[in-house]
Every structure is written in structure tokens, then in C-alpha cells.
Write a protein of this length. Sequence first.
Length: 59
Amino acid sequence: MPDVNKLQEMEGRVAIILCNLEKIFLLAFFDLMEHLIVHLPYEPCVGGSMQYSWMYPFE
């Protein structure tokens, strides 16, 4: 089971890191893919261990 406290800390740091990257790179660099990083620490809290979750349930 993932450490929830550490994941919440990572979730807070992701926003700060993305803001710092926006200062360095052009805004054209940021699209939908960089936005998905914000949701990455949330997924193990919801789905548990990643080896038991499937990313594409509906094909």
C-alpha cells in the first residue's frame, strides 16, 4: 500500500514544480500531457497498488 502522506506531499510539490517550469520554458511547451502529472500522485490513493489497476478498462 502506498504511503498516503508521502503521496499528498508529492501532490503539493507537483504544482510548485510545474509553476517553476513555466517560468523557464515557453507556455507553448505546456499542453495536456504536462497537466496529467498533477493527477499522477492521486491515482495510487484511489486504485491502490498500480500492478492491480488497469488503465484501459473500456476499449
